[in-house]
Design a binder for this molecule. Structure first.
Ligand SMILES: [Zn+2]
Length: 263
């Protein structure tokens, strides 16, 4: 939102400058030189892009942000993105494989590279020697699946009408709607939201449950349901009694969006 406001401010400044300069051109003193001075004044204004539309105000932090098209539906079956990586970290080894739903078109290498970078990052689940991870093909402890919007709704549920990702057993389903659009609390930082998606759902596969915002203004726990909100009160409102496996206090605490287990 700050970016949009900044652009709007620049646009407004440009308009004010143009108006001032044009006003000067209409003064009697400027009249004799009109042909040579009007041209450079008008050229920038005619080439300036139109001001951006005002940023959308979302009714809920859980709304799917505006943005590019994304895979709405797929076959419901998955294929692996082949790949093997090094063991990262120390501690008990957990392996993972990367999969894409059949029938959807995405940059599969970019997706798998992002998952690798996230799970191998020292701010991730390998921190403090808790575990090591390794990308594999074939049998794996966890399978990270990029999933169409509809399949994610089918698997993850849509009782709360919000597009979310989820974990079912050793399967992690990342909703392509969110992969492409992100979440309101993170706007416009899609990369951090994707980091959150991967770490949050794989965190479930590693045995982690949900957490509320603990320190107002601090980084949100990666196991906070930040797709809903980074506000405890708003999460309570959005989930509206549907259990999320953790008690969320209505204590007014609001965290800063965060994608890392150990930021
Ligand atoms: Zn969760």
């Amino acid at each position: 939102m700050k970016v949009h406001l900044a652009l709007a401010a620049v646009g407004l400044t440009a308009i004010l400058l143009t108006t001032t300069q044009l006003a000067g051109e209409t003064s009697p003193a400027a009249a004799p030189t009109t042909p040579s001075t009007v041209t450079p004044v008008e050229a920038p204004s005619s080439q300036a892009p139109p001001p951006p539309p005002p940023p959308r105000v979302y009714a809920s932090s859980s709304d799917l942000p505006d943005g590019p098209e994304f895979p709405v539906s797929g076959a419901g079956t998955f294929h692996e993105v082949p790949g093997n990586g090094p063991v990262v970290g120390t501690g008990p080894l957990r392996t993972y494989a990367v999969e894409i739903e059949n029938g959807i078109t995405v940059d599969e290498q970019a997706f798998s590279a992002f998952v690798d970078a996230t799970l191998g990052d020292p701010r991730g689940w390998t921190a403090r020697g808790a575990r090591s991870v390794r990308r594999v093909s074939g049998a794996a402890s966890v399978r990270v699946r990029l999933t169409s919007q509809q399949t994610a709704r089918d698997v993850c549920g849509y009782e709360i009408p919000v597009d979310v990702s989820c974990r079912d057993g050793n399967l992690v389903f990342l909703s392509a709607a969110r992969w492409i659009r992100g979440a309101v609390a993170f706007l416009p930082d899609l990369n951090t939201y994707r980091t959150y998606m991967v770490n949050h759902e794989v965190g479930h596969a590693f045995g982690q449950g949900h957490q509320p915002c603990g320190v107002a203004g601090g980084p949100a726990p990666v196991m906070m349901q930040q797709t809903f909100s980074v506000s405890n009160d708003e999460i309570v409102r959005i989930t509206n009694g549907v259990s999320q496996g953790a008690f969320i206090p209505q204590d007014g605490k609001v965290c800063a969006p965060n994608g890392w287990p150990y930021p």
